[in-house]
Write a protein that binds this ligand. Structure first.
Ligand SMILES: Nc1nc2c(ncn2[C@@H]2O[C@H](COP(=O)(O)OP(=O)(O)OP(=O)(O)O)[C@@H](O)[C@H]2O)c(=O)[nH]1
Ligand SMILES: [Mg+2]
Ligand SMILES: [Zn+2]
Length: 315
């Protein structure tokens, strides 16, 4: 009886390709041809990836009236990672999204206040993953003067580091069509502090979505950690967007201290001028990076970001 039942069910089984759009308590949401399916990992299959599947992972899935099972995970083209402190205070490497074409660092001009140190931290993990970055300066409607007074570091990112910078406002729609063009036919991940307007920007790009957003704390200007899960949304043809929760402290302890200078790509020209081959660019004599910073060609915030991250990860 059991066997015949199984055979009849098998007839209705379909194998499809999909992408992981979300995860909640052992259940994955898999996007297939614009529709979501809830699925579990096949219990008898050993997945090669030590980390569990994450948003952006491409999978093969068996769909049947009984249950949907994930059979196979495609090799990741790239993946973003950070360090996460677990409950027992142990630091663990966490992979946060896979198969990304464009990583958008969202920052607001105000509420919460603009802080290049956050941008630099995100740039480290994006560079490590070999993903193209883009900086989005949001809430420009809150800028007092109409024609400028934007943080000058943005020019440095754009001119010296060739990172595209887009200025946007979800309130008056400025820059949204430019952003739309940049994300077309790509999978983009929106990163940044809580309250900078990541979910609001995604809602502006695709009106149908209506992702939950909430006002920043008026006293502190800080966000309220409204988005709590990583989620992938399809918008238009071959265009996907991943919304992420604002990370309070982006820890980078998984980064090998010796490799940090490589992820500060703008330092490359000057590390060759260092007297010591193993220079950390901290207090060494004859350091090309420090010298360039003193001459004003490396902005103070960039150099400070490097020193701060290095101090954190060297201990
Ligand atoms: N003035 C102004 N406010 C904006 C703009 N974009 C978003 N906001 C507001 O900023 C607040 C926070 O926006 P969210 O989209 O929830 O921010 P988030 O980055 O998704 O935050 P988390 O989900 O907590 O990480 C909301 O009250 C938005 O209405 C903008 O361009 N201008
Ligand atoms: Mg959000
Ligand atoms: Zn040096």
């Amino acid at each position: 009886m059991f066997i015949s039942y199984n055979i009849s069910m098998q007839k209705k089984t379909l194998i499809k390709k999909g992408v992981i759009a979300g995860y909640n308590r052992g259940l994955y949401s898999v996007l297939i041809d614009g529709k979501y399916f809830q699925a579990r990992l096949h219990p008898q299959i050993n997945f090669s990836s030590k980390d569990k599947l994450i948003v952006g992972d491409k999978v093969k899935i068996e769909i049947s009236p009984l249950h949907n099972l994930i059979l196979e995970q495609e090799t990741r083209k790239n993946f973003l990672q950070r360090t996460r402190r677990s409950k027992n205070k142990k630091k663990k490497r966490q992979i946060i999204a896979a198969n990304i074409d464009l990583a958008i660092i969202v920052s607001s001009i105000k509420n919460p206040s603009f802080n290049p140190l956050f941008i630099d931290r995100y740039l480290v993990i994006i560079t490590q993953a070999n993903i193209s970055p883009l900086i989005c300066l949001n809430k420009i409607d809150l800028n007092n003067s109409d024609n400028g007074n934007f943080p000058s570091i943005l020019n440095y990112y754009e001119k010296e580091m060739s990172i595209p910078v887009i200025k946007t406002s979800t309130l008056n729609g400025r820059g949204i069509s430019t952003l739309q063009r940049k994300i077309a036919q790509k999978t983009s991940v929106f990163l940044g502090q809580s309250g900078v307007g990541k979910s609001s920007l995604i809602n502006a790009l695709e009106k149908k979505l209506q992702i939950k957003t909430s006002p920043v704390n008026p006293k502190t200007g800080q966000g309220r950690h409204t988005t709590t899960n990583f989620r992938l949304y399809p918008i238009g043809k071959k265009t996907y967007i991943i919304d992420t929760p604002g990370i309070r402290n982006l820890s980078l302890n998984h980064i090998e201290p010796r490799l940090l200078e490589l992820y500060f790509t703008d330092f490359q020209k000057y590390t060759q001028q260092c007297y010591y081959r193993n220079c950390w660019h901290q207090n060494e004599n004859g350091c090309g990076v420090k010298q360039t910073y003193k001459e004003g060609k490396i902005p103070a915030s960039r150099y400070q970001s490097y020193l701060k991250i290095l101090q954190e990860i060297k201990v």
